[in-house]
Design a protein around this ligand. Sequence first.
Ligand code: NAI
Length: 211
Amino acid sequence: MAKSAISNSVIRRLPRYYRFLGDLEANGYVRISSRELAEKMGLTASQIRQDFNCFGEFGQQGYGYNVTGLKAEIGKILGLDKQTPMILLGAGNLGRALASHIDFRNRGFDLIGIFDANPQLVGKRIGELTVMSVADIEGFCREHKPEAAILCIPREAAEKEVERLISYGIRAFWNFTHYDLRVTHKDVAVENVHLGDSLTTLSYCINTSDE
Ligand code: NAI
């Protein structure tokens, strides 16, 4: 099935399935029924069957799902069998935290360059990488051909940087700036992250009671 035919809500659930299946695999599970998986994930068995049917026949009647096989299939759908080269703009508080703590390689990406506009940060080490100057992005992109970028820069800088990054071949953004990326370029993917929205949702949850 073409990716475009899969609903966004199913795609949003796939990383969670992948994570749960990884935990099951680590705990020695070889197979699991949709009912048992549903119980563990707080979903319904029919929801799980419906989701997996979007991609083909993964389960077998009376057997359930092979945990390792299903995880590998979902990983393939998510593109985790490849590693897209990625760069990070902004080696400040957030950029450093992400570069140090996100397991890029297990999530389909390879972080290959970190850039900052502050000369005092240039040359500093973050994990295996050394922060480079933003002035060097163009040359770096021409040589190493990154396809994705993380934006951890001030909102005001984002618009200009996005335009030039696209012109250097970047086609996907993991965007933490609060700049709403209304990129008109058709092939560019954007995943906006607003941690504050998640906290606001928690506020809603504790302030809404079933009276
Ligand atoms: P920070 O001030 O610690 O780091 C920003 C870094 O960007 C600085 O090192 C600065 O020199 C660098 N920079 C500025 N212009 C640049 C450019 N054109 N190219 C490359 N580097 C450039 O700020 P912090 O706390 O790390 O936040 C970064 C961004 O992320 C801000 O826009 C902030 O509002 C946003 N943020 C978003 C969150 C979210 O959930 N979406 C959570 C926290 C921060």
